[in-house]
Design a protein around this ligand. Structure first.
Ligand code: NAD
Length: 357
């Protein structure tokens, strides 16, 4: 009997609905040629949910997400809701759903095929062939550690990690390395921070006990940031904590030359959340200018997570074939390219994906 995956769609705001629509067309086309299918529930999130329910992440949306196999999210936010504060901000809806789903690991892959290297702000020869994955701890560290305080004269945050928190995210990194080029670089600040010393000792111990087949090295965050710019090709899987991962994955995001290329996955022990790294891009929303690639690659990560690796690979191969042709959305359209709309590029990627299925 064929399998039906329940997918909750959270299109959100701005370009979110435009790029999610491309993913749905792609999934439906894949399903037609496969032994599985998709059943969608669309729910409000972010500004759209504030308008409809006065809440950026209503309980009905949380319930729909929890009852599904995976969640695909477009983007949230925009000028219309900029004056709102605290829990009413569209972005706080995102923090809520990540917490509700218990997604403790954030995966951000960056790949720069030769066909896109010219768009990079770095030298094309330094970035062509980059293929790295940052695994960032997402629910602990200094962003969540207590105590936190600010009396107007002195302010403080607390960076804390426990061994189980480090082990569970390190396991994700080692397991991904086994599916890739078998190398993990653990990034910390163990020369200064006590919490980093625990991080490093825990990663080493887990490596020796369960993952000694994977190559492991350690790097300080300051050096890692520099290496990301000088020689990003050395990295396969980068494992790091919340704040270092925030900085390092944004640095890696510049390598490909457009935010419109970068997918992400937030995973834990249950339902995963798959979303592009970019925001709602209000400046181009509603004009068919958005690059759908980040959303499409997030969809491939979802398929991998659901165990449909062949379909995920077909998307990646289809995208590579599509990018050998000159069609580009405005963010990547330079000399020698032909300007495409969101759906024109989506159509091309879909057609190429089906050839690889
Ligand atoms: P942004 O990522 O929306 O846009 C930054 C720039 O990149 C803009 O010039 C935009 O046009 C361009 N861009 C982004 N995605 C693109 C795509 N797919 N194709 C082509 N160009 C693209 O960041 P911002 O302008 O700082 O934020 C806009 C809104 O999005 C804000 O409300 C912000 O809070 C929100 N935001 C949401 C998320 C999220 O939903 N995960 C992430 C970041 C920002």
């Amino acid at each position: 009997m064929s399998k039906t995956y329940k997918i909750t769609l959270l299109p959100g705001d701005g370009i979110g609905p435009e790029v999610v629509a491309e993913s749905v067309k792609l999934l439906d086309a894949i399903a037609e040629k496969s032994e599985f299918s998709f059943e969608y529930t669309t729910a409000n999130a972010g500004g759209a949910a504030i308008d409809a329910h006065n809440d950026p992440m209503p309980q009905s949306t949380v319930d729909a997400c929890k009852a599904s196999d995976a969640v695909l999210l477009g983007a949230v936010g925009g000028p219309k809701w900029d004056e709102l504060t605290g829990a009413m901000r569209p972005e706080s809806g995102l923090l809520k759903i990540r917490k509700e789903l218990g997604t403790f690991a954030n995966l951000r892959p960056v790949a720069v095929p030769a066909s896109l290297a010219e768009s990079s702000p770095l030298r094309a020869e330094a970035v062509a062939g980059v293929d790295l994955l940052t695994v960032r701890e997402l629910t602990g560290g200094i962003y969540f550690g207590q105590p936190v305080g600010n009396d107007g004269f002195e302010a403080f945050n607390t960076m804390r990690y426990t061994v189980p928190e480090i082990e569970r995210v390190a396991r994700v990194a080692f397991e991904w390395a086994r599916k890739r080029r078998n190398k993990v670089t653990s990034v910390d600040k163990a020369n200064v921070l006590e919490v980093s010393r625990l991080w490093r000792d825990t990663v080493k111990r887990l490596h020796a006990a369960e993952f000694s087949d994977v190559e492991l090295d350690h790097m300080y965050i300051d050096n890692a940031t520099m290496q990301m710019v000088i020689n990003p090709r050395q990295f396969d899987v980068i494992l790091t904590g919340n704040i270092f991962g925030d900085i390092l994955s944004d640095t890696s995001a510049t390598l490909g030359g457009s935010l419109g290329l970068l997918p992400s996955a937030s995973i834990g022990s249950g339902v995963g959340l798959f979303e592009p790294v970019h925001g709602s891009a209000p400046d181009i929303a509603g004009q068919g200018k958005a690059n759908p690639i980040a959303m499409i690659l997030s969809t491939a990560m979802m398929l991998d997570h659901l165990g449909e690796g062949a379909a995920a690979t077909a998307i990646r191969n289809g995208l590579e074939a599509a990018l050998k042709q000159p069609l580009r959305t405005g963010d990547l359209c330079t000399k020698g390219h032909t300007l495409a709309s969101t759906s024109e590029l989506g159509d091309l990627i879909r057609a190429e994906t089906l050839k690889h299925l």
